[in-house]
Design a protein around this ligand. Structure first.
Ligand code: GN1
Ligand code: MG
Length: 359
């Protein structure tokens, strides 16, 4: 269906005057649209291959956004500091078109999202905002949240899935090509247990977490560099703080992008790590337990390891999950994550010192 026709189903005024497809994001297809009254929105096609229950997904999102809006201080601008989703003309949370595609729409926020730390202090600001986001949701009624992707960060399950991708791989060339990388991952099975076992025995508390805390999932103010709005709420679910901390480090504190083909360029930048720890501890405002603080470095290792299994597993499965830009994209991504895992392993001692000093 045409963008114009889809927009007409949502409760917005005016005519479509411009549309632009945005290329970031590995899962959903996203457009920025401008209406004749000058207002701008994001229109997004939900990937139901990944999010199999769009009703539950959108209920979560409307619930979380309403909750966050109520929590903002009176001085805050709710249209800028939280996401505002637009209902359809008949009151629905999304629109399903004739081709069976699911669409949602929200108000565009004029701010910047970064793919890498382009200036000093940015990562600190991002950390503060992610920490604060989690803090704001700390009394969200978790039982009302659907698990939009079951076992999303269940790394023990991810390990089993990865093994299955290896054992059942129908692409012998890919299997052969990735042999050394597969061994790297299979030999590190113990990493997969870091959070899962401790959540199970209660050593780590279950919290409402974002679960996809890449740097580009936060909008920063162009002038002040402050993190103003956390976006991409698709995976807000009960989880561990290690997931949010770890994924942010994996993506933001690496010296190269997550799909860097030259692995000699990939390492963990300890000063960025330190910056993030500072901001995150400030943002979570005393709410983290001693065990959580002690395990922050392992969180970075865990999430990087998980992402390596996910990318490489997808390569072995024939690229069915992540959008790719070229044939070996998932292999390159997997290898980049493995390189980062190895570097983090070497730096764990230093990372612990940094956390201890800041605490
Ligand atoms: C996906 O949607 P996006 O691009 O922010 C993925 C994350 C991965 C990330 C890797 C629902 O995130 O889990 O960490 O790609 N989201 C989902 O770039 O699988
Ligand atoms: Mg996402």
């Amino acid at each position: 269906m045409e963008i114009k026709a889809i927009i007409s189903k949502f409760n917005v005024d005016g005519e479509l005057t411009a549309e632009k497809q945005l290329t970031c994001g590995n899962i959903n297809r996203t457009y920025r649209v401008t209406m004749s009254d000058g207002k701008r929105y994001i229109l997004q096609n939900i990937n139901v291959n990944v999010f199999r229950d769009p009703d539950a997904l959108m209920n979560n999102i409307f619930g979380v956004c309403d909750f966050l809006k109520k929590k903002l201080p009176p001085t805050a601008d709710p249209l800028r500091e939280t996401m505002t989703f637009i209902k359809t003309r008949d009151g629905g949370h999304y629109f399903k078109d004739d081709d069976g595609k699911y669409w949602r729409m929200y108000i565009y926020i004029d701010a910047i999202s970064y793919q890498s730390i382009e200036k000093p202090g940015l990562f600190y600001q991002a950390a503060k905002a992610f920490g604060r986001f989690q803090q704001l949701l700390s009394d969200y009624p978790a039982e009302t949240l659907a698990e939009t992707i079951p076992n999303f960060h269940n790394t023990v399950k991810r390990f089993a899935d990865f093994k299955e991708a290896v054992d059942g791989c129908a692409l012998p060339d890919r299997l052969e090509e990735a042999k050394a990388d597969i061994d790297d991952l299979l030999s590190r099975e113990q990493i997969a247990h870091i959070a899962v076992d401790r959540l199970a025995d209660g050593t780590l508390p279950l919290r409402v977490t974002h679960n996809d805390t890449k740097l580009n999932n936060i909008l920063m103010d162009e002038d002040t560099d402050e993190g103003i709005c956390v976006i991409d709420l698709d995976t807000v679910m009960p989880g561990s703080v290690l997931y949010d901390f770890g994924d942010a480090i994996r993506f933001g504190a690496s010296t190269a992008p997550e799909d860097e083909p030259d692995i000699s360029k990939i390492s963990l930048d300890l000063s960025l790590f330190e910056e993030f720890v500072r901001g995150f501890i400030e943002g979570t405002d005393g709410s983290l337990t001693k065990t959580e603080l002690d395990l922050l470095p392992e969180g970075a290792l865990l999430l990087t390891y998980e992402q390596a299994m996910r990318f490489l597993g997808d390569y072995l499965n024939g690229d069915t999950y992540f959008k790719i830009d070229y044939d070996k994209h998932n292999l390159v991504r997997g290898r980049a994550q493995i390189a980062l895992v190895k570097d983090i392993e070497h730096k764990l001692g230093k990372m612990h010192e940094i956390v201890n000093d800041i605490c």
